[in-house]
Ligand binder design. Structure first.
Ligand SMILES: [Fe+2]
Length: 592
């Protein structure tokens, strides 16, 4: 029997992406932004689709079907109903969104056929079904509870239910406009960061602040129930009827207009970040406890944009509400393409799921394009870029040597990651022991706000030596505390520092990855999933005694993570990176 190929697509909201399945197995998955170089590109993912087909070596007419990650007509109905509810005050935003709906979004089926040339069957699972499918079907669990939380899909903003075998069922939902994702985004916008992209910054800023606004948020903005569901008081928000997230009443409540982007971050901003982070954690914990109780399941699968809040995830894990948690690494809308396709394969076509080992089906999320050393070498020759060719053993030795000498290394290896995190395929690496690494990497390499911490990639076998974590975190979606015995006592003066002043105090023997609250966003590196990356960190350990390195995504501020060797080379040349490793080839900045 011939192979069955299903293509999943997400597009037109944020993070357009494509995923291709062969008999239910993920062959390829990638976000459109990596090809177009437009961050969070939401346009139809034609380049991502082409890549997926190329990777499988098939043409579009060999597809069994295409699955789109939501139901455009239901979404449109929500838009109309919301407009009517607030009419006439939402007229401006309504008129702004109408042309694209009437021109493109409503005729999604036609659009997909036109863009791809595909004539076969199309499926449109619901938005949260796509999220839930992306959380459960690739997970290592035979059965589990499922919780999805995001901004909004059609109407749902959070859902829960369970997955069993090849079937998922979402029995409960919370509906627009009451939304944990939109609440967090409202604060993101108010704090002067970009909605749908700056949420990470709010999370990174939170540990500098005090939770002094938690009561105000809980008393005024929302009505939080024991089961984690809530209603927002919409007089404080403007996203139903306006072009902004928050209303004048919101600004009055928190003492002023939104912070201007790039302006000085004040203590109040940090306190607000800390407060909304704590509220979100409380909501997530309440929802999880409720879902545990109601489903009786021991394991939990998570997806939706809120599942990228790795501080909340870490807390959820430490509360031991569930035995194990699996989080879709592309938890945002990009992962909807994967979920939609798997929903069709398992739930619609009723194909069995093969579960049996402890491994998930996500394969380290290394699901994007790769390039051979020979291809890269040919390009470097053509461009007259000086390089050195090595064996794998030499590559890891030389890169580890450079890292141990405090150099910053661009590391390009194997297939690109699917999802927002770099996991050692497209990463910039540094020495976690140096107190200068954080400043150097933030200001000279990433060109971004210096308050944001870096994450460690740690040998899986060593993780509990450094962090209070004794399980795998292959997708860097969990935050865990740095071990007590690694922490450094601060002096009385250092303890009294406030706000960003606290940044440059050395808090442990791995200061570059220790946040001000002694937390770290950990990636565990497994030799079976990331062999060369594991060898590199092992070589670093032989030289320094430390089985972990600093890992940040291979890009500069405002740019998507690099995809091709050419992208990597450009980024290398634009920054003060010392060394670039492209598969088996090494480039030194001083020789360029
Ligand atoms: Fe979503």
């Amino acid at each position: 029997m011939s192979d069955t190929y299903i293509l999943g697509i997400s597009a037109f909201y944020h993070d357009a992406a494509a995923t291709l399945l062969r008999d239910g197995q993920i062959v390829a998955a990638a976000q459109q932004e990596r090809f177009t170089r437009i961050k969070h590109d939401q346009s139809f993912p034609d380049q991502a689709v082409n890549y997926c087909l190329e990777e499988a070596g098939i043409s579009v007419d060999e597809l069994h079907s295409i699955a789109f990650y939501d139901k455009p007509w239901t979404k449109f109905e929500r838009l109309l109903e919301t407009y009517l509810m607030f009419a006439p005050s939402g007229f401006a935003s309504f008129m702004k969104s109408m042309p694209i709906w009437l021109k493109e979004k409503l005729w999604m089926g036609e659009k997909i056929k036109l863009e791809t040339g595909f004539e076969g069957e199309l499926f449109f699972p619901e938005h949260h079904q796509s999220h839930a499918a992306s959380a459960f079907f690739p997970s290592p669990f035979e059965h589990a509870a499922i919780l999805t939380m995001d901004g909004v899909g059609e109407w749902s903003t959070a859902t829960w239910g369970f997955g069993r075998g090849n079937h998922i069922e979402l029995s409960h939902e919370m509906r627009f406009p009451h939304s944990i994702g939109l609440l967090y985004s409202a604060f993101t916008g108010y704090l002067g960061f970009r909605v749908n992209s700056g949420e990470y910054k709010v999370m990174g800023l939170a540990p500098y602040g005090e939770p002094s606004y938690v009561d105000t948020i809980l008393d005024k903005l929302m009505d939080l129930c024991e089961d984690g569901s809530f209603r927002l008081d919409m007089k404080y928000f403007n996203y139903c009827q306006g072009l902004t997230m928050t209303s004048e009443a919101f600004h009055e409540l928190f003492g002023g207009p939104p912070r201007k982007p790039e302006s000085l971050i004040k203590q109040r901003d940090m306190d607000l970040a800390r407060s909304i982070q704590e509220v979100v954690e409380e909501v997530v914990l309440r929802m999880a406890r409720h879902v545990r109780k109601e489903t009786g399941e021991q394991n939990l699968c998570l997806a939706g944009g809120v599942a990228l809040n790795c501080v909340a995830n870490g807390k959820l894990l430490r509360e031991n509400i569930f035995d194990e948690i699996w989080i879709q690494p592309a938890a945002g809308d990009a992962g909807g393409s994967l979920g939609a396709a798997q929903f069709v394969w398992h739930q619609v076509l009723n194909n069995p799921r093969i579960v049996g080992s402890s491994d998930d089906q996500q394969r380290g999320s290394y699901l994007g394009p790769s390039y051979t050393s020979a291809e890269i070498q040919a390009w470097l020759e053509k461009e007259h870029c000086p390089y050195h060719k090595h064996t794998e053993e030499e590559v890891v030795e030389l890169a580890a040597e450079a890292l141990s000498a405090g150099k910053v290394v661009g590391w390009f290896n194997g297939r690109m990651e699917f999802g927002p995190r770099a996991l050692g395929a497209r990463s910039i690496l540094g020495d976690p022991r140096s107190p200068d690494t954080q400043t150097i990497m933030n200001l000279k390499i990433k060109y971004r706000e210096s308050f944001r911490p870096f994450a460690p990639s740690c040998l899986i076998e060593d993780v509990s030596e450094y962090f209070e974590l004794d399980e795998a975190s292959p997708y860097m979606l969990l935050v865990a505390p740095v071990k007590q015995d690694r922490r450094k006592e601060l002096t009385e003066d250092e303890r009294n520092l406030v706000g960003l002043e606290r940044l440059r105090r050395q808090r442990s023997d791995i200061p570059a990855v220790t946040h001000v609250d002694y937390s770290a966003r950990v990636q565990t590196v497994d030799p079976n999933i990331s062999p060369r990356y594991h060898k590199l960190i092992s070589a670093f350990k032989r030289k320094t005694g430390y089985g972990l390195i600093v890992n940040t995504s291979f890009n500069v501020r405002g740019e998507p993570i690099v995809c091709t060797p050419q992208d990597a080379y450009r980024c290398f040349m634009r920054t003060e990176m010392d060394m670039l490793v492209l598969e088996d080839l090494i480039l030194h900045k001083r020789e360029q």
